[in-house]
Design a protein around this ligand. Structure first.
Ligand code: SF4
Length: 341
């Protein structure tokens, strides 16, 4: 089997749980403080009304029903045995505490084959009361709990332009408080936001590495009709970088990423029926293939063996990661053994 050049989530889950693990998405009616006026109106300029819940079951179904239906599907189709319940759409920790608590308890009472919970939210909605409750659930049910934070970019100028309603500081604060309670975090990033350049891709990798973020999901930018970004796109107010440039940014991102960080997703996809732009008109797996192929091709160049996750990290790691601890992490990650020397 070919060694992977980055830490793949599927491999990581098998290592961690001894089997393949499937995510069961749960979509709940909700909103977001960046839509209802608490933080801002209208939401992030790329966000559609589904709040990223476009691939989920209808949000009118109770949590248990959504879990059972999704689990049945994965069992029939993939003979799946272990599951992580994923509260996906909108800002799950923005729900009133009582409702949030009920949803979580309904999900975790769904049986022995549920090994984890993943809860998606915004960095400015990570409340200590919710975290303390989740810590009780984790201890009582012996579950793996992971908080997913939408960040999209560490460039706070771009964050303002996309109307995120928070800056980099809220993200740092949220990660530190999540980690203080022993949970893992996953960060969502878009490496080709119109106002970001290649240096921002690298800075994203350095910041998540420095903070000890455990997982990353990369989404290439997609543009949905009817969003602010969609209107700007139709008026020609910005361009999207080429696929080749995007692939290069992903490679540079990986090179500067801590070896312990696991990549949950290398490329995203949007709601088919309302897309103005997505993945350069090719399927998401072709973008993934192009990225992997481009990294592999580097073996035949003068920069042979240079394109692996974290290969640039020791050069830029300063004081936060000494050489021995870097080597230990690299060995533990199972990445390419040749690189260790
Ligand atoms: S934080 Fe998430 S749900 Fe809220 S507006 Fe932005 S993308 Fe949409």
């Amino acid at each position: 089997m070919k060694a992977s050049r980055y830490n793949q989530y599927s491999d990581h889950l098998v290592k961690k749980f001894g089997d393949k693990v499937h995510k069961l998405p749960v979509n709940l009616p909700g909103t977001c403080p960046n839509r209802d006026g608490r933080v801002g109106w209208g939401g992030c300029i790329f966000c559609d009304e589904e709040g990223s819940g476009f691939e989920c079951l209808p949000n009118t179904l109770p949590v248990r029903e959504q879990v059972r239906e999704a689990r049945g599907f994965f069992k029939r189709r993939f003979k799946a045995k272990k599951f992580i319940i994923y509260f996906q759409a909108f800002t799950n920790t923005y729900l009133p505490f009582k409702q949030f608590r009920e949803n979580v308890l309904a999900a975790v009472s769904e049986g022995e084959d549920v090994v984890g919970l993943s809860i998606s939210t915004r960095p400015d909605c990570v409340n200590d009361r919710y975290l303390d409750f989740l810590r009780e659930v984790k201890e009582e049910k012996k579950l793996d709990i992971n908080i997913e934070l939408g960040l999209q970019t560490v460039n706070y100028h771009t964050l303002a332009r996309v109307n995120r309603g928070h800056t980099l500081a809220e993200f740092i604060d949220a990660v530190l408080r999540i980690k203080a309670r022993g949970f893992e975090t996953c960060t969502h990033l878009i490496l080709n936001l119109p106002w970001d350049g290649p240096a921002d891709a690298v800075e994203n990798a350095k910041v998540v590495s420095a903070l000890g973020v455990e997982y990353v999901k990369l989404h290439s930018l997609y543009v949905v009709k009817g969003t602010v970004l969609g209107d700007m796109y139709e008026r020609g107010e910005f361009g999207v970088i080429t696929l080749e440039e995007y692939v290069e940014r992903v490679a540079a991102f990986l090179e500067h990423l801590d070896p312990a960080v696991v990549i949950q997703r290398l490329v995203g996809k949007g709601p088919k029926e309302s897309l103005l732009f997505c993945n350069w008109g090719v399927s998401w797996w072709q973008v993934k293939q192009r990225t992997c192929r481009s990294i592999r091709r580097a073996d035949f160049s003068p920069r042979a063996c240079s394109r692996w996750q974290s290969v640039q990290l020791p050069l830029t790691s300063g004081t936060w990661m000494s050489a021995p601890s870097f080597r230990a992490k690299f060995r533990a990650s199972g990445l390419y053994s040749k690189w260790q020397t």
